[in-house]
Design a protein around this ligand. Structure first.
Ligand code: HEC
Length: 305
């Protein structure tokens, strides 16, 4: 029982954390201490734990109290010289009434008069809890019918979905109104070592690109992004274009549908800022040498994939 309750509490908190996870980038499981709601979880956990312990102690005290009460009743009965008959507990009374159990003495009255090889049958009623469940669901069904189909007071599934979409669109419009998207002309993009852009670019890179290009850009599945050799050109426009359109047949994902133009710009600038950083264990150069001054002219041919 105790294990069950602990498990239940655990599941409750995990669910909360998962909901968080789905909601944002920083999830409870990825970075529990960094989660802004962490103190809230801790306090809630303590409140639940305390409540649970209080209930546990209370139940225990009640049991002890019951033992004393019974002892006293037994002694009293003994003094009076009568036999002690324990009172059924509240729970037992409740259980008997919701099941409408008949005592063994009454069985003779409800025995049906057929008999198959000594197997006989009692004419028991359906247990009241079962009947009330049925009546309850009939009442519920009637209310549901009226509310959802007759008066249309509450929206059905489709309408509910549409309302949510509408609300999300309104939210999006509000967000766009306060954060107008930066118009990005990829043909006229010029690199600028803007701290904020590079930080955002690094974030995009860390989330999406590290698995193939490695944390420092030294390359593994994808090519080294820190050297001066490029398979698809090393200008800002080339890098932007290859990130946007990908090289699907070679395993480079087209990021255009995934990232916003602004994010692609950010990560393009970040990759450009990696030039000449010489990280450890670099992947051998692939493609053509690209020099900023020499513009788009490829200078030297080396290995290519
Ligand atoms: C699934 C692996 C994978 C992921 C994830 C990936 N890339 Fe690539 N990337 C590659 C491969 C493979 C190539 C080489 C394509 C080729 O051979 O033409 C490549 C090429 C590139 C190039 C061109 C390099 C050159 O030499 O011209 C750039 C720039 C690049 N990736 C940026 C990114 C960015 C930015 C991300 C994240 C948004 C990313 N990649 C995510 C596999 C990946």
């Amino acid at each position: 029982m105790r294990t069950f309750i602990v498990t239940l509490i655990f599941i409750f908190f995990s669910l909360g954390a998962f909901a968080q996870d789905a909601a944002g980038e920083t999830g409870f499981w990825r970075d529990p201490l960094g989660d802004p709601l962490f103190p809230f979880y801790v306090v809630t956990a303590f409140v639940f734990l305390t409540a649970f312990l209080v209930v546990l102690v209370a139940v225990y005290m009640l049991q002890v109290l019951n033992v004393f009460i019974r002892k006293a009743a037994e002694e009293k009965a003994e003094k009076l010289g009568i036999q002690y008959v324990p009172q059924p507990s509240m729970w037992t009374k409740f259980w008997m009434s919701i099941n409408a159990f008949r005592s063994v003495e009454e069985e003779r009255d409800i025995m049906l008069d057929h008999n198959y090889d000594g197997i006989r049958e009692l004419d028991n009623h359906l247990p009241p809890w079962w009947k009330w469940l049925l009546y309850g669901s009939i009442v519920w069904g009637a209310i549901y019918l009226v509310v959802y189909h007759v008066t249309d007071t509450l929206p059905l599934m489709d309408d509910e979905y549409n309302l949510e979409v509408e609300a999300a669109n309104a939210q999006k419009a509000k967000f766009l109104a306060s954060n107008p998207p930066v118009a990005i002309d990829e043909n006229a993009l010029v690199y600028e070592p803007n701290e904020a852009i590079l930080a955002k670019g690094k974030q995009v890179y860390t989330i999406n690109c590290v698995s193939c290009h490695m944390p420092d850009g030294q390359g593994s599945i994808g090519p080294n992004l820190t050297d001066e050799y490029w398979l698809h050109g090393g200008s800002i426009k080339d890098i932007y274009t290859v990130i946007k359109n990908g090289v699907q047949e070679k395993g480079m994902i087209p990021w255009g549908p995934v990232l916003s133009p602004e994010q692609i710009r950010d990560v393009t600038f970040f990759i450009h800022s990696l030039q000449g950083t010489n990280p450890p264990n670099p992947k051998a150069p692939q493609g053509d040498l690209y020099k900023e001054a020499a513009a788009a002219e490829p200078v030297e041919e080396t290995s290519s994939l």
